[in-house]
Design a protein around this ligand. Structure first.
Ligand SMILES: Nc1ncnc2c1ncn2[C@@H]1O[C@H](COP(=O)(O)OP(=O)(O)OP(=O)(O)O)[C@@H](O)[C@H]1O
Ligand SMILES: [Mg+2]
Length: 225
């Protein structure tokens, strides 16, 4: 199927994912979107080239209903993205954050907390693994789990963390990649990359129907796609 430019934005989320076809890393088609007043955020449409049967070059967007890439240009913007996501979360949701030191996991979590209605300050004290926050008008809580000091799934299991992942709260887990074995199969996975001092890439991947729907709503509300 010929998918050449110009791209129709509304069609993109329904296109098949062609990851694994040796597509080069994004070659820079961007869509502007508003994330908070006066700030811009760009969605990367992963566009690569692939030789067709007759050798012609084809442009293929690699973006599906279960994936979304965003560029944040400031800590404030990452926070606002988190806030938008937080507004969509419900009891039992599990949000996994992966990314090197200082990529913005806590910053995003602060935004998520804000979107959920948390009024107290969200922090990551050095020796505390789980912070819990009450949510106004809700029976469930937000659990901010920071696994910086937990190295393995076995350690996490010994600490009883599984109870949180399969409970009624909303869990946001920093360094989630360390405990893959004990995480629910269905979850929203967000990988953050440091691009420069103020720029971060956020790669969102939905695993399971609930999270595909969540990502779809987040995409609609953030990018109007
Ligand atoms: N676009 C951005 N998004 C998020 N943070 C940013 C951005 N630009 C700069 N920053 C800065 O990067 C730092 C991110 O810190 P944060 O504690 O959120 O990272 P982290 O991934 O949780 O780190 P750690 O692994 O130590 O827990 C903050 O100082 C923040 O101001
Ligand atoms: Mg952190």
């Amino acid at each position: 199927m010929w998918l050449g430019a110009p791209l129709l934005c509304h069609a993109v989320p329904r296109l098949p994912c062609l990851v694994g076809k040796t597509l080069p890393r994004p070659v820079g088609k961007t869509l502007p979107c508003l994330v908070g007043k006066g700030t811009m955020c760009k969605a990367i449409l992963r566009i690569g080239t692939l030789d067709g049967a007759r050798g012609e070059r084809r442009v293929i967007p690699v973006l599906t209903s279960s994936r979304l890439d965003l560029i944040s240009h400031s800590a404030g913007q990452t926070r606002r993205l988190g806030e938008r996501l937080g507004r969509l979360l419900q009891a039992g949701d599990v949000i996994c954050l992966e990314g090197d030191l200082g990529t913005g996991k806590t910053c995003l979590t602060k935004g998520i907390g804000c979107g959920l209605g948390v009024t107290s300050a969200i922090t990551s004290p050095t020796f505390i693994i789980v912070n819990e926050y009450s949510l106004p008008g809700e029976a469930h809580k937000l659990y901010h789990i920071d696994l910086y000091r937990v190295r393995t799934a076995a350690e996490a299991r010994a600490l009883g963390l599984e109870d949180y992942f399969y409970g009624d709260g909303v869990c946001v887990i920093e360094w989630a990649e360390r405990i893959l074995e004990i995480l629910p199969d269905e979850r929203l996975w967000i990988t953050l990359y440091h691009l420069d001092d103020t720029k971060r890439e956020l790669e969102l991947e939905a695993l399971g129907e609930r999270y595909e729907g969540l990502l779809q709503r987040f995409r609609q509300e953030t990018l109007s796609l």
